[in-house]
Structure formats: C-alpha cells, structure tokens
Design a protein around this ligand. Structure first.
Ligand SMILES: [Zn+2]
Ligand SMILES: [Zn+2]
Length: 198
C-alpha cells in the first residue's frame, strides 16, 4: 500500500490536470483568505484517491477546509458506495457507509510520528492534498462484511431456501449431542456409563 510520506505534491510537468485531482488540492494561499468547501462525487474514486477496497464504486465528499490554529483543518462527511452481498442470505445489496472525518495539515516540524489524523506539510508547499486523508477514511469506513439487515434470517442450513421468503420442512437443527447425557439423566431412561444416575 502507498505510504503517506508528506512529500511535496509537485505537479508533474506535461501531465494534464484533471477535474477531481485539482479539486482535492487546495491552495494554501487561497485558504488564508477564506474556507474552501469540497462537495464532490468521485465516480472513479481509485483514480484520484489511490488504492481503495476493490469493490468501492463511488465516494461522495462534503468537506470544508479552514485555516485554524497551527494548520489547516478539513472536516465533513465521506460516503462510500459499494455493491456487496449479504453474508447471511446472499442477497445483493448496496453498501452506503458515511463517516465524519477531520484531518489536520500542519508543518512537518510540528507533527510527531504517531499523530493521528494529522498530515505533515513540507515547508514551501503551495497546496495541500486531501487525497491521502480521504483514502484513509474510506478504508476505515469500509465494513468487514455486509448484511441486508440486522433481522436477516439467512438461508436454511438444510435446503438453502431463503427463510424470509419461504418455509421449508427441514427438521429443526439437531441439538448439541453433548446435551444428550443430561436429557437422559432427567428422564432416567438413558444409562450411560460414566454418567451419574440419581
Ligand atoms: Zn440478508
Ligand atoms: Zn430447509
């Protein structure tokens, strides 16, 4: 994975700037005068943000960057959209995860190695790049698994029918055999060696 080094984000000569990239780079000079709002839907987010969870289809941003004490603070919401399947019933669904992010961009000399949510800015840098902070937020938001709902009944383990749509005649799941000894004990009918009888 790409590591954020806080290096200079010098535009490469001869490379065409594109819409999204320029909108994720904020001029420090302009921020001195007024806050900047970044409200965007990134339809090919990996192209602008770097490596993301592969299923991510779109990332929506509504961020405001503001010059504050000792740096620039960018905060607001990040929403991730991705197709997924419910891990219980295997229905396709669309994940929509929204989170609040707050990232600080501070001179590299003021940023310790373990500062969470703080991105170092090298001296002489003209613009801050929001992309690494947004990428990190997307990874944090992306869930380990998807479920269509907390009440999803899933599939019958016997025949695979989706229990929300149909009933089946599969026998109830076998009880844990370790309880059999205790059942025998309660009815007195099961003389198992090693099980004390009343
Ligand atoms: Zn489900
Ligand atoms: Zn069944």
């Amino acid at each position: 994975m790409e590591k954020s080094s806080g290096g200079k984000n010098t535009p490469q000569p001869g490379r065409r700037s594109n819409f999204g990239k320029t909108h994720l780079r904020l001029s420090l000079k302009a921020l001195r005068h007024q806050p900047k709002r970044v409200a965007l839907v990134l339809g090919s987010p990996g192209r602008l943000l770097g490596q993301l969870p592969p299923a991510v289809q779109a990332v929506s941003l509504d961020l405001t960057a503001d010059k504050g004490a000792g740096g620039v603070n960018a905060r607001g919401t990040v929403t991730v959209r991705a197709p997924a399947v419910c891990r219980r019933c295997l229905n396709p669904l669309t994940l929509l995860e929204t989170g609040e992010m707050s990232a600080w961009f501070r001179p590299a000399s003021n940023v310790g190695p373990e500062a969470d949510g703080v991105w170092p800015v090298d001296p002489g840098t003209q613009a801050i790049d929001l992309a690494p902070a947004i990428r990190e937020e997307v990874w944090l938001l992306y869930p380990e698994f998807a479920e269509c709902g907390g009440d999803c009944q899933g599939l019958c383990p016997g025949c695979g029918v989706k229990l929300a749509d149909a009933t089946c005649s599969c026998p109830l799941p076998e009880p844990d055999p370790r309880w059999a000894a205790l059942r025998g004990r309660s009815t007195g009918s099961d003389h198992q060696p090693g099980v004390a009888q009343d």
